[in-house]
Design a protein around this ligand. Structure first.
Ligand code: ADP
Length: 495
């Protein structure tokens, strides 16, 4: 059997929806009051109509002002019946007073009823909204994570659970920085407080490609968009996260194909150019040979004509310079594209390049660490070209570490003198093979069975076109350090 309280609440709700039932209940209440009035000790004439106020309150609560008025009239009628023939002036005054008080009670009851109905409607609407939100959170293809001003996770959608490998109840209340690799992991709190202090939007409403960390520590590229909500005087941030590893894998493959194509066409062009230049080179080379042969003959004569010999050797030297000039033109042709430098944020370039280079490497368990010095962040660079350099260095580093048990890759950015920024890509691999170290930056030098050996030579050319330098050092803690410099921005800030 259900508890009596619940039965009353159910009856009450039904009566609210069914006016006949409500009016029957009001009439029953008036009848009960009348019975009470009949048995109550008489002589208390002043209070004799008091019991009829309760049905008025009930009527107003059940059926509004109309219900209250109905109970008032019934009460008055019952009072009149009880008074019978002796309708004294006192009784009439008493009845009028009752009428006034009862109408006031009915009015208050009506207002209470409206408040109750409004609150109920708002509640229903709220519950519907919550259900809608919940269904969005559960089915959205993007992971949705809500955090508060302190960076603590407030909600974690079903997609987020699948994407990161954490269950909502394990992460709610924890700091969202647990889902990021370094340096964001230790800086995220500062990012939020800087935004709260300055209002300067670096990611909110803009969307960016960054790197995220799964439960098992593997990192993967994501597209992150953040929205801001003010609710109940508190500020929350909602993050929409899309795993773009698959998309980037396709893009990376495309890029690879493209760069292979560029490479092949470069080689073809190089071949054509070489045969064309072979003719040109033939000329100075045979001239050199003739001048030198002539000089030898002059040297063999009994009287040595030093002036003629010097002249011939000088001319041979000029021809050698001409041959050198032709070869230089050939090199210029191969690496022709001018760098289109503009102010760029190295942090952004590196974040994107490492996300791109990471594609397909997530399973290899490479741990990325970044260390940025903000003062060296802005550089004059061609974004795409410098990304090519970085992708090259990161891929070389991960290749080098493929056999190692610890695979740490550190990319750091620091000022280098007054005008340059130094970028260092450090790995913990076996280091550069000593035999090829002196020729590392020459084209076609490789130690890999399927390597082309052009990555480093093109990278160095790109860096030098920017006005920087590129070199390598042995990593004191094992592995290789590839370093390059770029000119820092003069005044304008990075895009
Ligand atoms: P590829 O990668 O096609 O061989 P690169 O010009 O990029 O061409 O690299 C040339 C060579 O330099 C590589 O074959 C490798 O022997 C060496 N090398 C490059 N980076 C590293 C590194 N991080 N650790 C060890 N050796 C490296």
């Amino acid at each position: 059997m259900e508890p009596i309280g619940q039965s009353i609440a159910r009856l009450w709700r039904r009566a609210g929806d069914h006016p006949p039932l409500a009016y029957a209940m009001i009439a029953a209440a008036v009848a009960a009051a009348w019975a009470f009035h009949a048995v109550a000790p008489s002589g208390q004439a002043d209070f004799s109509l008091l019991p009829f106020l309760l049905p008025v309150l009930l009527g107003a609560a059940l059926a509004g002002f109309a219900g209250g008025s109905f109970a008032t009239l019934l009460g008055l009628a019952a009072g009149a019946l009880a008074a019978g023939a002796d309708a004294t002036g006192a009784n009439v005054a008493h009845a009028l007073l009752f009428l006034l008080v009862a109408l006031a009670v009915a009015g208050v009851g009506e207002r209470m009823r409206r408040h109750y109905q409004d609150a109920e409607a708002a509640n229903v609407e709220l519950r519907a909204r919550e259900a809608r939100l919940q269904s969005i959170m559960e089915t959205a293809p993007d992971a949705i994570i809500v955090i508060d001003e302190g960076g603590l996770i407030q909600s974690f959608s079903a997609t987020a659970e699948r994407m990161f490998g954490w269950r909502a109840e394990e992460v709610i209340g924890a700091n969202v920085d647990m889902l990021m690799p370094e340096p964001d992991h230790s800086r995220h709190d500062r990012y939020i407080s800087r935004y709260l202090e300055t209002g300067e939007k670096r990611i909110i409403g803009l969307g960016r490609i960054v790197t995220a960390k799964r439960r098992d520590g593997a990192t993967f590229p994501i597209e992150l968009a953040i929205g801001e909500v003010q609710a109940g005087g508190r500020r929350c941030f909602t993050g929409f996260i899309r795993d773009i590893s698959r998309r980037q894998r396709t893009e990376a493959r495309l890029q690879e194909l493209q760069s292979e194509l560029v490479h092949v066409s470069r080689l073809t062009a190089l071949g054509e150019m070489a045969s064309a230049l072979a003719h040109e080179l033939n000329q100075p080379l045979s001239a050199i040979s003739n001048y030198l042969k002539g000089s030898v003959r002059l040297l063999e004569e009994s009287v040595i004509d030093a002036a003629r010999i010097r002249d011939a050797v000088d001319k041979a030297g000029d021809q050698a310079l001409r041959a050198g000039e032709i070869i230089r033109r050939l090199r210029d042709f191969v690496t022709r594209r001018e760098a289109e430098a503009s102010p760029q944020s190295l942090r952004k370039i590196i974040e994107e390049a490492s996300a791109l280079a990471l594609v397909g490497l997530a399973d290899q368990g490479v741990r990325h660490t970044f260390s940025f010095d903000e003062s060296a962040d802005c550089v004059e660079a061609d974004r795409v070209q410098i990304q090519q350099v970085l992708i090259n260095l990161i891929r070389n580093a991960t290749d080098a570490m493929s056999e190692m048990s610890t695979r740490d890759l550190t990319i750091s950015v620091a000022p280098h003198g007054e005008e340059l920024t130094l970028v260092c890509v450090a790995d913990r691999g076996p280091g550069v093979v000593p035999e090829i170290a002196p020729r590392l930056f020459q084209p076609f030098v490789t130690s890999k069975p399927d390597g082309m050996g052009v990555g480093l030579s093109i990278s160095r050319t790109i860096v030098e076109n920017h006005g920087g330098k590129m070199w390598f050092e042995a990593n004191p803690t094992g592995g290789a350090l590839f370093k390059f410099t770029l000119p820092r921005c003069k005044a304008a800030s990075a895009r």
